[in-house]
Ligand binder design. Structure first.
Ligand code: AR6
Length: 173
């Protein structure tokens, strides 16, 4: 599996699937979620409403991942994953964050995606420490038994975030 680390806006990427750092309501929000919904347009929100209506609790669960189409985005699919809100690291945050990555990859595999891009899930409004989150993201993706997915892009919004990933990758080589 090929890992790429870039700085940029995930909504512009023409990969098979992009991952959305969502909340359990699954109907949009701020940050990357807001950017994805703005760029995708009403079709994505309509699809999310249908998705939510079909869920047992009418809402998503932290660590799970839900796939929709992508509206006007250049990718084919959006995978919405509610990350954990970081409290103190003692409330299962690490395992839940790892599940966001592995469940997103599972959804991508189900659609035979070859490429997927992740934002830095939970590290904005949800307050997960950036370096710890990047380390979990890299370890989980590397350990995933991928079949169709050949390229994973870590799409950081700042070069400082991308530098964290690059340093961690260099350390593990
Ligand atoms: N492309 C790539 N990354 C981005 C973009 C973008 N266009 N915009 C922001 N980021 P956040 P969370 C980065 O807060 O912490 C929302 O309201 C950002 O710099 O978007 O998981 C949801 O609806 C940061 O590195 O997500 C939830 O309620 C990363 O995306 C809640 O925020 C994640 O920051 C989820 O919080």
């Amino acid at each position: 599996m090929n890992i790429e680390i870039i700085t940029g806006d995930i909504t512009t990427l023409a990969v098979d699937a992009i991952v959305n750092a969502a909340n359990c309501g699954l109907l949009g929000g701020g940050g990357v979620d807001g950017a994805i919904h703005r760029a995708a347009g009403e079709a994505l929100l309509a699809e999310c409403r249908t998705l939510v209506a079909g869920l047992p609790k009418r809402r998503g669960e932290t660590g799970q991942a839900y796939l929709t189409g992508a509206g006007k985005l250049p990718c084919k699919y959006v995978i919405h994953t509610p990350g954990p809100v970081y409290r103190d690291g003692e409330h299962g945050e690490a395992a839940l964050l790892a599940e966001c990555y592995s469940n997103s990859l599972k959804r991508a595999e189900e659609k035979q995606c070859r490429s997927i891009a992740f934002p830095c899930i939970s590290t904005g409004v949800y307050g997960y420490p950036k370096e710890a989150a990047a380390s979990i993201a890299l370890a989980t993706v590397k350990a995933f038994p991928a079949r169709s997915v050949q390229k994973v892009v870590f799409c950081c919004f700042s070069s400082a975030d991308a530098d964290i990933y690059k340093r961690l990758v260099a350390q593990s080589e």
